[in-house]
Design a protein around this ligand. Sequence first.
Ligand code: 13P
Ligand code: SF4
Length: 337
Amino acid sequence: MAAALEDRRAYDIAEHARRHARVARLMPAAEWDVHYELVGAIEALKRERNAVVLAHNYQRPEIFHGVADFVGDSLELARKAAQSEADVIVMCGVRFMAETAKLLSPQRTVLLPDLEAGCSLADSITPGDVRALRRGHPGVPVVCYVNTSAAVKNECDACCTSSNAQLVVESFGVPEVILVPDEYLAAHVASRTHVRVIPWGGHCEVHERFTGAEVREFRESARAYVLAHPECPRDVQEAADFVGSTSGMIAALEQAQPERAVLITECSMADNIAGAFPGTDFLRPCNLCPHMQRITLAGVRASLEHLAPAIEVPEEIAAGARRAVQRMLDASRPRGT
Ligand code: 13P
Ligand code: SF4
């Protein structure tokens, strides 16, 4: 415990101020200071437990900039989980992300601070639905979005994320592929490939609320550069300047360096990245993901204290689900690895 107290002192006022600089455009110092005690306690527990915190781009700023060791989109978090040498992985994200981490790092303890952090896309399809689709399309490969349960992944040939869906679909070298469960991601891929994409009717409850009219208004009246996630409806994607994953949006902003931008996605994302783009004004339509919002600093601390709730994937589905995730990682391996 003495070591832990020592470590806690290492998170001092100077380090607290350094972390605040990344969110100073949005969060006054007084608001950031509210988090000082919890962030210090989490830093101490991380060292004590040999734990690493992975945070999705939609996490609250105090998690994203306060305690995360790695941040990224779903694909980047899966890769980090596979490479991690920590004893404990705390997934600040939603359940399918924690399950993916457990599939790729079965020997580690994977914590999800709130087990209720689900996903409307993952809830939109069951293993039985995938089996029925296969019966309806014999011999056609099934690709599932990473936003699915491990039980659904177990029924699929490969998994994909929003940043590699087209690549994975084309990796089969066949004329048609089933892509579940997001109807709009399937339409996005279909618009870019010669492969016939057979969709499912699932939607993200956050992204489906955006409309094409709203996006045209941002472009035309506010003259903003519009970046949309492929989980948005078709007319939203068509009205955007760029469509891609959450990390794809960051890369597109780095390239375009626009004076004014709007991210048509979960709204914590703009809060998290605004500090890295001082020359860009971010307009803020605010659709929050209620599942991502369930993860709080207090929850992260409690999960590290109690090493719970820990994610387990039953062995009878883990091997098949792992194969699907691994096929995705193999198809989209970064160059040179
Ligand atoms: P990304 O893979 O683009 O981060 O998306 C995950 C997600 O859940 C979007 O709603
Ligand atoms: Fe699921 Fe949508 Fe939330 Fe992403 S934003 S975790 S797709 S409900």
